[in-house]
Ligand binder design. Structure first.
Ligand code: SAH
Ligand code: SF4
Ligand code: F3S
Length: 450
């Protein structure tokens, strides 16, 4: 295709770190003359950025590849070429096996080596890259950031050393690695220059971030990094995700007390509520330490919205263990949560256990757990009715004249208002609440401005 633009379609599965990586791949490929398109149909290159966390997530990739094979054949019949790359955690976990199982795949790149993709496309490097070249990746990407709206993700930490016995992440993302403060600050500043008002700092264990400060200060943790970023004018909001209870240190908790820009929302997965299951999961903390942590966090920021992840049916989980998880949820009270049936992942210690919980029991437990979590989420949302909340508007709503944004607690908020408010933080009187969103009215001054 001499000179003309090529088209890339990227489909993203899994967590926000994959969303960030996909955006970076679009940037990298943009420099090679690719424009992003929204369907695979006429794309010259299709990238599946995959997730390996649960069996279903990984299987989706192969069903997509089946459909893409037909598309690729149909295109070949018309004399058109289509290349297919698999990136992300399935690529990392399966490596060369991927192309054996799905020969339609042209390139395989792991989450720490996708910066090689442009070279692969030009035939200058091996079509398979699954090494953990995390420094090389960030060096390559730092200067190539474009913003897309008033909110943005910034990966600050990669990988995991925790080895929870159910989880593939330490194998697919490699060891814990912190990006340098300088690089992060430069990326955030660049985003802010492009109009970004809110950044979410990302990491599989984001609160394990540790590095020198930009002036060579020793022992910075996420608390110091956030405190520093909060000084950037025009950066109104900072969030971070996902945190591990073990790495929630005093300085980060103090930032929740002292830094206005740090939003009162914390995703702090506990996974299960019984000490026996936590131990079997290798989580490295007990319920007592978790409760004490929650008390300290709430003492620093009383209105903080807590969210978490839960797994039901880990091998050996008894009815009493499950009841302990329900009790923990009642004790803490969550504003939102994600919950899953345990999925047996090849190569993890949990998968080898011979006391797997039957599927029917998992299904039943998940239903009970989700009912409880949903009731808490609805109650938390309803508690906002009558309040005035500052909302950062970031997009149009589905209905005519509607705009949508986020409350400090990460709830979606819909109002009737002018699209000119997108990118601004505006007070909203909350009048309604559902399970997934709030509705309200712009306060009078904002109406006058719009
Ligand atoms: N680093 C984060 C979570 C990363 S994975 C943390 O430690 O909290 C996101 C979530 O997927 C996990 O919190 C867990 O609840 C879920 N998960 C991971 N492996 C799973 C498995 N094998 N089966 C079911 N859920 C799993
Ligand atoms: Fe997985 Fe545990 Fe690491 Fe989270 S802390 S990524 S659940 S191994
Ligand atoms: Fe999935 Fe990999 Fe994220 S396994 S959840 S895409 S780290």
């Amino acid at each position: 295709m001499t000179g003309s633009k090529k088209r890339v379609y990227i489909k993203t599965f899994g967590c926000q770190m994959n969303v960030y990586d996909s955006a970076q791949m679009v940037n990298l490929l943009g420099e090679e003359g690719y424009d992003e398109v929204s369907t695979a149909e006429n794309a010259d290159l299709v990238v599946l950025n995959t997730c390996h966390i649960r069996e279903k997530a990984a299987e989706k990739v192969y069903s997509d590849l089946g459909r893409l094979r037909q598309l690729k054949e149909a295109r070949a019949d018309k004399g058109e070429a289509m290349q297919i790359a698999v990136a992300g955690c399935v690529a990392q976990a399966e490596g060369a096996e991927m192309q054996r199982r799905a020969p339609v795949v042209d390139f395989v790149v792991g989450p720490q080596s996708y910066q090689r993709l442009p070279h692969m496309l030009s035939g200058k490097s091996d079509p398979l890259a699954t090494d953990f070249a995390v420094d090389e990746k960030f060096e390559h990407l730092a200067k190539k950031r474009a913003a897309n709206g008033p909110t943005a993700f910034v990966t600050v930490q990669e990988g995991c050393d925790k080895f929870c016995s159910f989880c593939v992440v330490p194998y697919t993302r490699g060891a814990e690695h912190s990006r340098s403060a300088e690089e992060i600050i430069a990326e955030v500043r660049a985003l802010v220059r492009h109009g970004v008002r809110e950044v979410t700092l990302l990491g599989q264990n984001v609160n394990a971030w540790a590095a020198q400060g930009p002036g060579g200060e020793a022992d910075w943790g996420l608390g110091e990094l956030i405190t520093h970023l909060a000084q950037i004018e025009e950066l109104a909001r900072i969030r971070y995700t996902t945190s591990h209870p073990r790495d929630m240190d005093e300085r980060l908790i103090a930032a929740h007390r002292d830094i206005d820009a740090l939003m009162p929302y914390l995703h702090l997965p506990v996974q299960a509520g019984s000490d026996a299951v936590l131990k079997a999961m290798n989580r490295g903390h007990t319920m007592d330490t978790y409760y004490r942590l929650i008390d300290t966090i709430r003492a620093a920021r009383s209105d903080i919205a807590l969210s978490g992840d839960f797994i039901v049916g880990f091998p050996g989980e008894t009815d009493a263990d499950f009841e302990a998880t329900l009790q923990a949820i009642r004790n803490v009270g969550y504003a939102s949560a994600y919950s899953f049936k345990y999925s047996r992942r090849p190569g993890t210690p949990g998968a080898k256990r011979d006391d797997q919980v039957p599927e029917a029991v998992k299904v039943e437990r998940l239903t009970i757990l989700q009912d409880l979590l949903l009731s808490q989420q609805v109650a938390f949302n309803e508690a906002q009715i009558g309040k005035t909340l500052p909302v950062l508007f970031d997009k149009k709503g589905r209905h005519e004249g509607q705009i949508c944004g986020r409350s400090p607690y990460l709830q979606s908020v819909y109002v009737q208002g002018s699209a000119s408010l997108i990118g601004s933080i505006t007070d909203v009187n909350i009048t309604g609440a559902g399970r997934n969103a709030l509705t309200g009215n712009l306060v009078q001054e904002a109406l006058a401005q719009a």
